[in-house]
Design a protein around this ligand. Structure first.
Ligand code: FAD
Length: 387
């Protein structure tokens, strides 16, 4: 007997920050009936593991504008939900090379062009922001005072909370192999029921390639690992997050007196369901070298915890958003190259317009059509670079 069918306007696969933010925009601002399918708990993927940096110092004008939109939205949502997950910490990127200095100069021009406050700091000015730190070798740093840090799980759950208040239904994962196009509708089975609707969005982060694979479709995605840890330094001061571009480490304050530190990545494609990690040791050595060099007062701080998450690279390191080429009613929302948390608000607002009004122009350089299928494998490229 065919399972009972529940009808929605938009079916979203994946309850990370993309799925939750998109569900929020579609249900709250466009009155759409949304089913959000999550196989684990919302935020269980990369979103709940992120460092929480919200930085306007990204790569191009589109990123800068979308991060600014997201940052303002996160601040507003924190106020609206009375949840202190947002802190206007400011942010700093420090460089030790001539090329890095030239790159920060270009970033400064871009930020000013987009009316984002930014200034270059000398090493002595940096030291004033981080008392006790050692910035020997640093040539200059770019300070963006409006940048922020967020608590990623709280932010994701705030979107989810507001989306469900606006009518979004949260359901389990589509049964393997059940997603199909039937006339002008998408259908799948989940939790013993059939769900159907004209629009389907794959927002399953590092799993998106696998989900599309079950539908016989390819994706220009390469999932890879990145790591972070909490150090119990007993810090009681607020300071701007720091990204040391040449040591390839970022650091931010965290509630409870900890600091959160993370680095780049293991640049090889992984299966997000069978992650074979090289282990924590090279990562912890890297972080430890950074702390010894830059924050010697914290050299003996115990490790609170460390973790890894799987993020998703595209061939040009830009997100992969909007209509899947040649497949009616199918959209994708992934490929954020390790910078999804800071762009989710603005990017998913724009995707909601593409779904509801067919207006794909705001997705700019991230439109999925730039990579026509079929797609082949490629090595992941780190997102945390200056270029
Ligand atoms: C250690 C670390 C630090 C990071 N730091 C930052 C940072 O400081 N700033 C920043 O902007 N970004 C950061 N990121 C990147 C950021 O976390 C991601 O870009 C973002 O969370 C991606 O969100 P998403 O919703 O696309 O994916 P995810 O959060 O991975 O969500 C995908 C969801 O899909 C679900 N799913 C998978 N398969 C299925 C299925 N078949 N059916 C239903 N559901 C399914 C998963 O369970 C998961 O919940 C970091 C990531 C990591 C790992």
């Amino acid at each position: 007997m065919a399972p009972h069918s529940r009808s929605f306007d938009v079916l979203i696969v994946g309850g990370g920050i993309m799925g939750c933010a998109l569900a929020y925009h579609l249900s709250k601002h466009h009155g759409k009936r949304v089913a959000l399918c999550e196989r684990d708990s919302p935020g269980a993927g990369a979103s709940g593991k992120a460092g929480g940096l919200v930085s306007a110092q990204c790569w191009n004008d589109w990123d800068t504008i979308v991060v600014e939109e997201s940052r303002k939205e996160y601040r507003r949502l924190a106020e609206e939900t009375e949840n202190p997950f947002f802190e206007a910490s400011g942010g700093v990127r420090a460089v030790s090379t001539e090329e890095g200095e030239a790159s920060l100069g270009r970033t400064l021009e871009r930020l000013r062009r987009n009316k984002v406050s930014a200034e270059l700091l000398r090493p002595s000015e940096l030291s004033a922001l981080y008392p006790g730190a050692n910035f020997s070798g640093v040539r200059t740093a770019l300070f963006t005072p409006d940048d922020a840090i967020v608590l990623p799980t709280d932010l994701t759950l705030a979107y989810l909370h507001l989306a469900t208040e606006a009518g979004t239904a949260v359901v389990g994962a589509p049964k393997a192999g059940s997603i199909r196009r039937d006339g002008d509708r998408w259908r799948f089975e989940a939790d013993g029921q059939e769900y159907e609707g004209p629009s389907l969005v794959i927002a399953a982060g590092a799993w998106s390639k696998k989900v599309l694979g079950t539908m016989g479709l390819t994706a220009p995605l390469s999932p890879y690992l990145t790591r972070a840890c909490l150090l119990k330094v007993g810090n009681r001061r607020s300071f701007p997050y720091l990204h040391d571009a040449d040591m390839d480490v970022y650091l931010r304050t965290f509630p409870g007196g900890d600091v959160l530190a993370g680095d780049g990545t293991e640049l090889r494609e992984v299966d997000p369901d069978h992650v074979e990690s090289k282990g924590d040791i090279p990562f912890m050595e890297h972080i430890s070298n950074f702390i010894n060099a830059r924050f010697p007062a914290w050299s003996d701080a115990p490790l609170g915890s460390s973790w890894m998450g799987v993020i998703t690279s595209t061939p040009d390191r830009r997100p992969w958003l909007g209509p899947y080429p040649g497949v009616p009613g199918l959209h994708v929302a992934t490929g954020f190259n390790g910078f999804g948390l800071m762009r989710a608000g603005g990017a998913m607002r724009r995707l909601s317009l593409a779904i509801v009004k067919g207006d794909t122009e705001p997705l700019g350089p991230c439109l999925a059509e730039r990579f026509p299928p079929p797609h082949s494998s490629f090595p992941p490229r780190s997102g945390f670079t200056l270029d």
